[in-house]
Design a protein around this ligand. Structure first.
Ligand code: AMP
Length: 208
């Protein structure tokens, strides 16, 4: 199954993808996670994109497209994948159409107030990228990752100024992809306001 997860930042794409990859036995490919791993490892790419991520702006299309193209060529992605956070522009979507044929695009629908509530309460484990929410999806022990025991952090771009910018960027560049994929008959709308368990269940039902 070749899936794209579309939706505003904070809609829960990463949380659902982490479970959905087990359901379908396909890799979860998050461009945000790939960029963050490059930043953490101090690669050339990481140095190039660090300030862009911190501000909540978009990495240039050609850089992002090349990274995804390389990733989709790896063996584990041959049978299927969940692309989370890509495409984010029409140019990226056109490039993706040239790389592979998608089965469905899942559009996680969430209103603005809920988005801000979710992003400001989001905490992540830096080494694994696993995400939590202080209210809606808390770790077993406050501030600590369930599996690694590491302290959880707040992403720079989950702070207020960057959140506002990311929402503007989403509206201007990414929201047009909803119509783009609806016109192609690929879009499945999912109400993302429910708990992760309920969202996953309704998505699996909608895709079956
Ligand atoms: P995410 O974890 O999906 O919220 O992505 C975090 C940040 O990585 C974004 O705010 C962008 O700076 C960058 N990024 C992730 N995916 C893309 C993409 N498809 N195109 C451009 N920038 C991206």
């Amino acid at each position: 199954m070749k899936l794209v997860f579309l939706g505003p930042p904070g809609a829960g794409k990463g949380t659902i993808a982490a479970e959905a990859k087990k359901v379908y036995g396909i890799p979860h490919i998050s461009t945000g996670d790939l960029f963050r791993a490059n930043i953490k490892n101090g690669t050339e790419l990481g140095k190039r994109v660090q300030a862009i991520l911190a501000a909540g702006d978009l990495v240039p299309d050609e850089v992002t497209i090349a990274m995804v193209e390389d990733r989709l060529e790896e063996d584990d992605a041959k049978a299927g994948f969940i692309l989370d956070g890509f495409p984010r522009t029409i140019a990226q979507a056109d490039a993706l159409a040239g790389m592979t044929q998608l089965d469905r695009v899942v559009n996680f629908v969430l209103d603005k107030e809920a988005i801000v509530r979710r992003l400001s309460g989001r905490r992540v484990c830096k080494s694994t990228g696993r995400t939590y929410h202080i209210l809606y999806n808390p770790p077993k022990v406050e501030g600590i990752d369930d599996e690694t025991g590491e302290p959880l952090i707040q992403r720079d771009d989950d702070k207020e100024e960057a959140i506002r910018n990311r929402l503007e960027v989403y509206e201007a560049s990414t929201a047009p992809l909803i119509d783009y994929y609806r016109t192609k008959g690929l879009l499945v709308d999912i109400d993302a306001s429910k708990s992760p368990e309920e969202v996953l269940k309704s998505m699996v039902e909608a895709l079956s």
